[in-house]
Design a protein. Structure first.
Length: 120
């Protein structure tokens, strides 16, 4: 990759990532309740290391989703003193996930159509 484009490519990658974080987090939470570290590890594992989300940058998204009432959080005591916060997808979140998944799928199909277009 040419060095003059590195910053541009990094910005594009970050914007694409930011646009899919809610989709990915809600997908994981639709399977089971998870805590922050667990969510970031699961994203890393399932993406085979291609999508890494630092916990610190994940929490603002989680908090926004709590404010929108698409997820909720609950605290659980782990051991004697440590508290772990689990996130849970709410019915509104499941509905929201369906909508953004539909939008994402249509967008990807449109992009794929353009990239693979051949005059007939």
């Amino acid at each position: 990759m040419l060095n003059i484009f590195n910053e541009d490519f990094m910005a594009i990658r970050e914007n694409l990532k930011r646009g899919t974080v809610e989709l990915l987090l809600l997908t994981l939470l639709s399977e089971k309740d998870m805590y922050g570290y667990q969510l970031s590890q699961e994203l890393d594992k399932r993406s085979k290391g291609l999508f890494q989300l630092q916990e610190g940058s994940m929490y603002p998204t989680l908090y926004r989703m709590i404010d929108k009432k698409i997820i909720s959080d609950r605290k659980e005591l782990v051991g004697k003193r440590r508290i772990r916060v689990y996130y849970h997808i709410e019915p509104l979140g499941k509905q929201y996930l369906e909508e953004i998944l539909k939008e994402y799928t249509e967008l990807i199909q449109g992009i794929t159509n353009v990239l693979n277009y051949r005059e007939e």
